[in-house]
Design a protein around this ligand. Structure first.
Ligand code: ZN
Length: 183
């Protein structure tokens, strides 16, 4: 079945979009489940900044999504999953399951996450690119997520999934304000 991707920086309304896709299914006779990475220690459910939330199952990989004959599988923070989880998603699509996944497309260096590259190569039916407001210049064109530590942008040396230990601040920024390591 089809793959729908909702991609964009922090604070671009991705989770709200995922919730909007999934909410009506709760009232329909369609089996669905939403998954979240166990690496996400911050959230207990999929939530959006406008206050709505959705129950999600925390998993370390997506193999559980293959169980129980689900018709629709939602995935929050898809970038937190391993590249190999894209193969499970491919298996779901072949089985006739619809997959709706939301997450960041690029990491703190502005580089695309391997799993996102793989999903884009699988021919998604829709790719919805969300934008956020740039926290530096306030234009509504933020496409990147810059990570700050002690007020300074961190340009290298972090794992692509940055630990949520409270010492890093995430800000959506536009192309002009995004700082990249110069090679
Ligand atoms: Zn800007």
């Amino acid at each position: 079945m089809e793959l729908i991707l909702i991609l964009g920086p922090m604070k671009s309304g991705k989770s709200f979009e995922l919730i909007s896709y999934s909410m009506p299914l709760q009232y329909a006779d369609i089996s669905f489940k939403v998954f979240q990475s166990a690496k996400n220690v911050r959230d207990e459910s999929v939530w959006s900044r406008n206050g709505v939330s959705l129950q999600a199952k925390k998993v370390s990989n997506l193999s559980e999504a293959m169980e129980g004959g689900l018709k629709v599988v939602g995935i929050d923070e898809i970038h937190m999953f391993e590249e190999s989880d894209a193969d499970i998603i491919e298996g779901l699509l072949k089985k006739g399951t619809k997959v709706v996944a939301s997450g960041l497309d690029t990491d703190y260096r502005g580089e695309m996450f391997p799993i996102i590259k793989k999903l884009l190569s699988m021919g998604p039916k829709e790719v919805e690119y969300k934008r956020a407001v740039c926290e530096i210049c306030k234009t509504p064109d933020a496409v990147y997520t810059q990570i700050y530590k002690n007020g300074e942008p961190v340009l290298e040396g972090l794992p692509s999934i940055v630990p949520e230990d409270g010492s890093y601040v995430y800000k959506p920024v536009c192309r002009k304000c995004f700082l990249k390591r110069t090679r």
